[in-house]
Design a protein around this ligand. Structure first.
Ligand code: HPA
Length: 276
């Protein structure tokens, strides 16, 4: 997707909603319920933006909502593009670039994951504090996009002040929010038990199929990033059952409410963390 398409996408959203979001939230599998807390939402489906495909994944609405959460102008994205849909980095990274073109300086990502670390059982939330890209794709390969740097520093991909704010909101709400490392794989198949052992040995606490390309694009463009993982299953070989999309979705819908409640409080709080 060329830069003109990103600018055009931003223009369409601005024209439809008349809002310049300060913050962009991406909701993963089954977490679309979080969108219910957006005030006066204007919805625009992915397919309505020129050059944007409609997402093909069940459980992903594939739309943008522009509105406010606790008075803060936000862009809430339900669903995202994944490499496993057969699209390239340009498409996977496009929504982040559109959010940035609209003015979002912060990006909050959510995702569903398989738990690898023993304490990360189904229903747990985790604050992502680092990641390992095992997707075998380079999200920034190709021409440098508008407003991005060629060789972004990734020594602090997740923003320390935003993480601290998230932890304090979780603490006050009585929600456990341990930190951990996200291991990203391309999917769409779930892992083998041997792959999960390899991920654990590499230092991953959870495994998922998204988020890392978006974080990489966001950091290249200087956005501040925060990410939450919702553990929907034990990773392959760690539990006694099989891993399937229906189970992932059922859990995400059930436990997604806790995450939605946190975001509703957190988003207005983040505006007080000193970032523009
Ligand atoms: N593996 C990869 N992605 C996932 C999983 C998993 O076990 N659960 C939810 N998303």
């Amino acid at each position: 997707m060329n830069p003109a398409r990103v600018r055009e996408g931003a223009r369409v959203l601005l024209e439809r909603a008349g809002i310049r979001p300060r913050l962009h939230v991406v909701l993963g599998s089954g977490l679309g319920g979080v969108a219910a807390c957006v005030e006066d939402p204007v919805e625009v489906r992915f397919g309505e933006l020129p050059g944007f495909p409609a997402t093909s994944v069940e459980g992903h609405a594939g739309s943008f909502l522009l509105g406010r959460i606790g008075g803060v102008p936000v862009l809430v994205q339900s669903g995202r593009f994944h490499y496993y849909e057969g699209v390239g980095s340009d498409v996977v990274g496009a929504p982040v670039r559109v959010g940035r073109a609209l003015g979002a300086r912060k990006l909050v990502l959510t995702n569903a994951v398989g738990g690898i670390r023993r304490d990360l059982v189904p229903g747990s939330l985790m604050l992502v504090d680092d990641h390992i890209n095992l997707m075998f794709r380079a999200p920034l390969a190709g021409p440098v996009a508008d407003g991005e740097t060629r060789f972004p520093d990734m020594s602090r991909p997740y923003d320390p002040a935003l993480m601290a704010a998230a932890e304090s909101v979780a603490l006050r709400a009585g929600v456990a929010l341990p930190r951990g490392t996200y291991g990203a794989v391309a999917g769409p198949n779930f892992e083998t038990p041997a792959e999960v052992r390899a991920l654990r040995a590499a230092g991953a606490d959870v495994v998922g199929m998204s988020t890392v390309p978006e974080v990489t694009v966001a950091r290249a463009g200087g956005q501040r990033v925060l990410a939450f993982s919702l553990v929907t299953n034990q990773a392959a070989g760690l539990g006694d059952g099989v891993v399937d999309h229906e189970g992932v979705m059922a859990y995400a819908e059930e436990a997604g409410g806790t995450l939605g409640g946190l975001l509703e409080v957190l988003i207005p709080a983040l505006e007080g963390t000193g970032a523009k």
